[in-house]
Design a protein around this ligand. Structure first.
Ligand SMILES: Cc1ncc(COP(=O)(O)O)c(C=O)c1O
Length: 411
């Protein structure tokens, strides 16, 4: 596709105005919004107010007057809109890993006679580490991994399976799992599903209620632009609220926290999943990211996401076929999230060379360059320009320098 045609696509893009809502550094093409979203411009001014007024001036009164106490729920209902849940089924608190602990225990508490949990061998490793932690408290638990203990989740299901943990979009390849079918299959055996939505919420419409999902968790610092380490969300279907237990009980999850009773009596709703005092400053920063999404059409986001990733793949094939690149992500856009993973024997160094030119993606061991396409701020021309830079780097072997070959802690 010619540059002029891409520029026309940008002019016709129904999402084109969202780009101006983000702070995008000069000279940067940001292909890592799937890892850490950029700062919404509003956040600077809003945080000024939070710091100077709500904290500095109003002090502890802000728990009531500025709505700090309800922030977990208010932001939860903003996320609920994006993932097809009811307002009172989502809460924003803690981190994805911590929330995963809670919902896995909650799922197990609902299926006390069962002792198996299935997960994907290649899911985001922290999810597996969490599962190991859950097992340390439930030694009878058997963890079965798709791809290692059996070829597919479907083949491993039986009446002993309490829960199945699934990453909606694979963090490496970007492959989408079929939420509706998998959830139905698990529930046919009487099990519960736990979905990790970290790489799906905000880039296509997720339909938790329509698919009858039981529990879900996800990060907000990626496509939802909540800021580094922004608190995560937790979804529990309302039909499970009163019956399930989670072990991280604390006063924020108590039915009457300010009665300061001796014993824990969980809130009857989603708040039972909140443990203790939450990071208000981070919640406030996340609010700016979520506000942007309140009038976004996720259908339009999905359409543009597919077009951007298609374009990237097509340009890679046309322009960079001479080098040892292999596209790991599904070629069929309907099977792909909003990222494209490309392997190269020197993937790390190539990515460092790209970053030094202002084209920012990331790297996942052993050899994957990962490019994320956040449709709210990327243009079609950005994709063209990024591939042009990549081609120059491959052609000139610019990546073959000590500075690019040295691995940093965070890749
Ligand atoms: C799919 C997935 N799940 C879980 C996590 C862990 O999130 P956190 O470190 O916020 O607990 C990540 C982090 O990148 C992730 O990508």
């Amino acid at each position: 596709m010619k540059l002029q045609e891409l520029q026309q696509l940008d002019r016709d893009d129904p999402l084109r105005n969202y780009r101006s809502l983000f702070h995008l550094p000069e000279g940067v093409i940001y292909l890592d919004g799937n890892s850490l979203g950029p700062a919404p411009k509003e956040v600077f001014q809003k945080m000024e107010k939070v710091l100077h007024q709500e904290w500095a001036e109003d002090l502890i009164r802000s728990w009531n007057n500025a709505g700090w106490w309800e922030l977990t729920d208010r932001l939860g209902s903003m996320v609920a809109k994006l993932i097809g849940a009811d307002d009172d089924e989502v809460v924003v608190c803690d981190t994805t890993s911590v929330n995963l602990h809670k919902v896995l225990h909650a799922a197990l508490s609902l299926k006390s006679g069962r002792n198996k949990v299935i997960a994907e061998a290649d899911c985001f490793p922290s999810d597996l580490y969490v599962l190991e932690g859950v097992k340390s408290l439930r030694p009878d638990l058997e963890i079965l991994l798709e791809g290692r203990d059996g070829s597919s989740i479907h083949e491993m299901l039986d009446e002993q399976v309490a829960a199945v943990l699934i990453n909606h979009v694979d963090y490496r390849s970007g492959t989408i799992r079929d939420m509706e079918n998998l959830t139905r299959q698990v529930q046919e055996f009487g099990g519960l599903t736990v979905w990790d939505l970290s790489h799906s919420a905000g880039i296509f419409p997720v339909q938790l209620n329509r698919c009858r999902v039981d529990f879900a968790v996800g990060c907000t610092y990626k496509y939802l632009n909540g800021g580094p380490g922004a608190p995560a969300y937790l979804y529990a279907a309302s039909r499970h609220h009163t019956a399930c237990n989670q072990p991280l009980s604390g006063w924020f999850g108590h039915a009457r926290p300010f009665d300061f009773e001796r014993h824990f009596d969980p809130d009857s709703g989603i708040r039972r999943f909140v443990c203790g005092t939450q990071p208000i400053l981070s919640l406030r920063a996340l609010q700016s990211g979520l506000e942007i999404y309140q009038d976004v059409s996720l259908q339009q986001v999905r359409e543009k996401s597919m077009a951007l990733t298609d374009l990237f793949i097509k340009l890679l094939k046309n322009e960079c076929a001479a080098w040892e690149l292999e596209i790991i992500s599904p070629e069929d856009a309907s099977q792909r999230g909003s990222q494209v993973a490309v392997s190269h024997p020197q993937g790390y160094a190539v990515m460092q060379a790209l970053i030094s030119r202002g084209v920012i993606g990331d790297f996942r061991a052993p050899n994957l360059m990962r490019f994320g396409f956040a449709p709210l701020f990327l243009s079609y021309q950005d994709i063209h320009d990024a591939v042009k830079q990549l081609k120059q780097i491959l052609e000139s072997k610019e990546w073959n320098q000590e500075a690019f070959l040295q691995k940093s802690k965070v890749t």
